[in-house]
Ligand binder design. Structure first.
Ligand code: HEM
Length: 493
């Protein structure tokens, strides 16, 4: 008997459901469909099977409990990654030995215990952020981005990125900017279905993605190599500090049996470290931008967080928050969780794919199907998160709002593909957020109406999304000088 696919909107011939999708916010279309057809729906884009999971329950059942079958990445993303030069990226590797080796390198560097060794770096970049915000508060997006980049560059390569116009950073940022726009299922489906598009000359009208691809390929080659060579040079000269790459290179020297082995491991290390950068910088930046927006729109939450910090470090700023304060600041943890819940950085996650055919609750799920995690829909589920559009950190502190207090599972993804950098990410966010709240007050920029619930805020489009808005940032403590802030920073290191 013909197997029954999950329900969904009826596809039109050839194009499938592509014409019905809001290209700017595809997660909103999928969420609307989920309301109509349920937690698990089937759609088609140009002949490709797409299954969208819209509840945490279904995502856990399939991606966690059947992770052996749901941990690949869509084959349709391979051509587009090759086109853009990002084929090596751990994030997009299909399930298999190559991906497993990447994952092992990450696990050694970023597991819960290992991740804590990066705390001094994270606090130092948080302090740099405070100093920058103090001097030029209106440039806050650039400062937050600088923090996100500097943190991961230091952790992975012990590379000190200069805060402006760093050449290595410029390559990576360009590649990521392009990849965020183009390496997503809706674009991949078009190129997969019409492979000749790949061969259009870059000057061809409408072939902007091809021009982008050439730029991306060039930037990628430099991004993967330049910082890696920096570590090797420092190791050879005996000046390398600890980093993910120096640790791996030391292990290769100690364990590789043949030269071939060593060369393969080194190539893998290069690819994995470059991927860590891509995965970490944009996501950290987006989360912190969303946090600042929440503080502007929800002054009560901001006030409560600051009162909590003051109750621990004192209200006259005799010292800055330090790691040991974390356990006394539960509301700050709740703010971090609620930021990731309120506007998930990757509203459709990173697509998974099935290895084999499967059947779930009577529905047929084909081999090779793209599995989209609709984090947006999960974040808006009123059963788990009452008043879902509101920023309410309290929901992670009391059962009144229904959560179990844990970070929402959709924030960092599922199964064997769950974010390998989640402990690093959590610590970077904490250091930055607690430092910002200790020193600054965030309010709407004068004359700028964001709307009571932020309706007028513009969010960027792509795999990840962040808000763009102006904001007024002022020191909370009257008479705080640059010199005094510097003194406080020096006292706590
Ligand atoms: C707030 C910050 C972050 C968020 C919200 C975030 C979120 C995610 C999500 C949703 C995924 C996809 C999971 C899935 O496929 O189900 C992912 C994958 C990944 N993340 Fe993160 N991430 C963050 C920070 C980081 C950091 C700091 C690192 C590295 C230090 C990192 C490294 C990775 C890597 C390598 C993958 C790919 C894993 C794989 O495909 O096997 N992430 N992340």
């Amino acid at each position: 008997a013909k197997q029954r696919l999950p329900p969904g909107p009826r596809p039109t011939p050839i194009l499938g459901n592509i014409t019905g999708i809001d290209a700017r916010n595809p997660w909103k279309t999928y969420t609307k469909w989920a309301a109509e057809y349920g937690d698990i729906i089937y759609t088609q884009l140009l002949g490709q099977d797409i299954i969208v999971l819209s509840s945490e329950r279904v995502a856990r059942d399939l991606l966690d409990r059947r992770s052996h079958n749901y941990s690949s990445r869509p084959a349709s993303l391979i051509p587009i990654n090759e086109l853009f030069g990002t084929e090596f990226s751990s994030i997009f590797l299909p399930y298999g030995d190559r991906w497993r080796l990447h994952r092992r390198l990450f696990h050694q560097a970023f597991n819960m215990n290992a991740a804590s060794s990066f705390r001094p770096i994270q606090m130092e970049t948080a302090h740099d952020l405070m100093m920058n915000l103090f001097m030029t508060p209106d440039d806050f997006p650039a400062h937050v981005q600088a923090l996100s980049i500097a943190t991961i560059m230091a952790i992975v390569y012990d590379y000190k990125a200069s805060s402006r116009h760093d050449p290595v950073v410029a390559y990576v940022e360009k590649t990521i900017e392009i990849a965020m726009q183009e390496v997503r299922p809706e674009v991949a489906a078009v190129i997969g279905a019409f492979p000749f598009l790949k061969y259009l000359p870059p000057w061809f009208p409408g072939a902007s993605f091809k021009r982008n691809a050439l730029i991306s390929q060039e930037c990628c080659a430099k991004w993967v190599d330049a910082p890696f060579q920096h570590v090797k040079r420092n190791m050879a000269g005996g000046t390398a500090a600890q980093s993910m790459v120096s640790d791996i290179l030391t292990r290769i020297q100690d364990t590789a049996r043949t030269e071939g082995d060593a060369a393969y491991m080194e190539k893998t290390a290069k690819e994995a470290s470059a991927s860590a950068y891509a995965a970490a910088s944009e996501t950290t930046f987006s989360t912190l931008s969303t946090f600042i927006l929440a503080m502007v729109l929800y002054p009560e939450a901001q006030k409560r967080a600051q009162a909590e910090i003051d109750s621990v470090i004192g209200s006259n700023l005799t010292r800055l928050p330090v790691w040991e304060d974390r356990s006394s600041l539960p509301y700050i943890d709740a703010i971090i969780k609620e930021t990731m819940r309120w506007h998930p950085v990757a509203p459709l996650g990173i697509p998974h794919a099935t290895v084999d055919d499967d059947v779930y609750e009577g529905y047929y799920i084909p081999k090779g199907a793209t599995i989209l995690v609709n984090a947006w829909a999960m974040s808006r589920d009123p059963a788990n998160y009452p008043r879902p559009d509101e920023f309410l950190p309290e929901r992670f502190l009391t059962s009144e709002y229904g959560t179990n207090g844990e970070t929402p599972s959709f924030a960092f993804g599922f199964g064997r593909r769950v974010c390998v950098g989640r402990y690093v990410a959590d610590a970077s966010l904490w250091a930055a957020i607690v430092s910002m709240l200790a020193i600054f007050h965030f309010e709407p920029a004068p004359g700028c109406d964001l709307g009571p619930e932020g309706e007028n805020v513009v969010w960027t489009e792509g795999v990840t999304t962040h808000p763009k808005f102006p904001c007024k940032i002022t020191p909370r403590h009257e008479g705080l000088t640059h010199e005094r802030l510097l003194q406080l920073v020096q006292m706590s290191t």
